[in-house]
Write a protein that binds this ligand. Structure first.
Ligand SMILES: Nc1ncnc2c1ncn2[C@@H]1O[C@H](COP(=O)(O)OP(=O)(O)OP(=O)(O)O)[C@@H](O)[C@H]1O
Ligand SMILES: [Mg+2]
Length: 465
């Protein structure tokens, strides 16, 4: 802009110079100098001086006029240049007394609009980015050339990928399971939406994913590539398997006593009842099996009750020591029969609990300790408080449990040694019920054990406040 002013100024000066030279030439032509007197010479000098002064004044005035006129244009041009660079905060001065005010205000309106549009666009982009990153499902986008154009955090986390594994890589180069790669290829080649459940192994664990792929179609119906969305359904599959196992287990457990009852009763009806000894022994078996059936059904009903999502225990301050004495009474005969000594190391502790449910828990643990211990051993029950919780330990010198079994021990129907446990009349529901009851008390149950040496079940319960 400076050069524009200078050019204008120079032009004016040039014009004035030319004008002066022209005038001098005209005057010189009209009145030749050699013919003039000294007075005339002085007049010429004065005239030249006046012209020179007039020229300087015109230059100064011209410069000022140009400056005032050019400044708003200069300012608007600078603002427009800033806007072109992407600085939408730039604004032009709106000189009220100048004719360029409309230009400045229009530029400012344009700048404001641009700023608003950019802010809205940035906000939308940010929103979309946050949505993609936090959508909980893994997502990958592949462009029409087959290169990865977008992946979210979940995808990277799901397949333990680093930035360099995916950045601008051809989709076949990305280290993901073969089944997923084949699925992507199918969607990419067919350009049609597809949905599948895929299973694969990752490290030591097996994984299940529900995967959906679709082509990305632009506004003008052009194909931009494909998008793949994945949900991890490993946990759902695990629960489905547990449900299937449960149904299979229940049917199996029910069938065993029923088959037995049916078999023995049929034999009796076929004439065995005539021999009183056979009749009595068969009836005893039938009685034992029907007891087992009853116990199993009771346990199942109990488990379904405690597993209900809204299940609550009637917790109030309860003397835990008294509960343990009560349980000892209940198993006294069985202890004596097996020659097992019960060693009680109890401190007075008041817990926040439901007495009936706590008796049920202690019975289950104590019966297990007796069932899975040889004769003439010792079972120790310890009761004490630590911090704001009560600890109850039931320790036996029985067969013990391998560490590998710990995680499954509290599952429904899980038995370490199926044959042995069934012989002892167990259904494998006891510990599962214990776990649910203790959790309903906001406590937890743990196990420590060594095969051949014995097991300790440890219960943590909240103390009464
Ligand atoms: N004290 C223990 N010592 C060794 N093994 C144990 C002990 N307690 C439990 N177990 C193992 O854990 C399994 C599950 O125990 P749980 O009490 O749930 O079932 P159960 O005793 O077989 O049958 P029930 O439902 O009649 O109690 C048992 O079958 C047994 O293999
Ligand atoms: Mg048991």
């Amino acid at each position: 802009m400076k050069s524009f002013q200078h050019r204008l100024l120079m032009t004016i000066l040039a014009w004035l110079g030319i004008l002066l030279a022209g005038l001098l030439l005209i005057i010189g032509q009209l009145f030749p100098i050699y013919a003039e007197s000294e007075n005339q010479m002085q007049l010429w000098i004065w005239l030249a001086l006046i012209f020179a002064l007039a020229m300087i004044f015109s230059a100064i005035i011209g410069y000022r006029i140009i400056k005032v006129q050019a400044m708003p244009i200069e300012n608007v041009t600078e603002t427009a240049l800033e806007l072109a660079k992407g600085n939408y905060q730039a604004r032009a001065y709106e000189y009220s007394n100048i004719g360029t005010v409309e230009l400045s205000s229009t530029i400012n309106v344009l700048a404001r609009n641009l700023q608003e549009i950019t802010a809205v666009r940035e906000m939308e982009q940010e929103r979309l980015k946050t949505l993609i990153e936090n959508m909980g499902s893994a997502l990958i986008m592949i462009d029409r050339q087959g290169s990865v154009s977008l992946v979210n955090k979940s995808f990277m986390y799901e397949f333990e990928l680093a930035e360099m594994d995916v950045n601008k890589k051809f989709y076949k180069e990305v280290p993901i399971p073969q089944v997923l790669q084949e699925f992507i290829e199918r969607v990419f080649m067919m350009e049609k939406p597809a949905r599948e459940q895929l299973a694969f192994t990752q490290g030591l664990s097996s994984r299940h994913i529900d995967v959906y792929g679709a082509p990305v179609i632009g506004e003008q119906e052009q194909w931009h590539g494909i998008v793949i969305v994945l949900h991890d359904i490993t946990e759902l599959k695990r629960l489905e398997q547990i449900r299937k196992d449960f149904v299979a287990n229940v049917s199996h457990e029910l069938r065993t006593p029923v088959t037995s009852i049916k078999g023995f009763s049929e034999t009796l009806l076929d004439g065995a009842y005539k021999d009183p000894a056979t009749c009595e022994s068969f009836l005893e078996i039938i009685h034992k099996e029907s007891n087992r059936l009853e116990m199993l059904i009771e346990d199942l009903l109990e488990l379904s009750r405690v597993e209900q999502s809204g299940f609550k225990v009637d917790a109030h301050p309860t003397d835990m020591e008294a509960i343990i004495y009560q349980v000892r009474e209940m198993v006294q005969k069985k202890l004596e029969d097996k020659g097992i000594e019960l060693n009680l190391q109890l401190e007075p502790v008041i817990v926040q609990g439901d007495p009936n449910r706590l008796v049920q828990v202690m019975m289950n643990l104590l019966v297990n300790a007796m069932t899975y211990s040889p004769e003439q051993t010792v079972i120790t029950i310890r009761l004490f408080s630590r911090g704001n919780e009560a600890i109850i330990e039931v320790e036996d010198q029985g067969i013990g449990i391998a560490k590998a079994e710990f995680s499954r021990l509290f599952e429904r129907f899980y038995r370490v040694d199926r044959a042995r446990s069934r012989n002892s009349g167990g259904t494998g529901l006891g510990l599962s019920i214990v776990k649910h009851l203790i959790e309903a008390h906001h406590g937890k149950v743990e196990v420590k054990s060594e095969v051949g040496k014995g097991s300790t079940f440890i219960i943590h319960l909240p103390l009464a406040s």
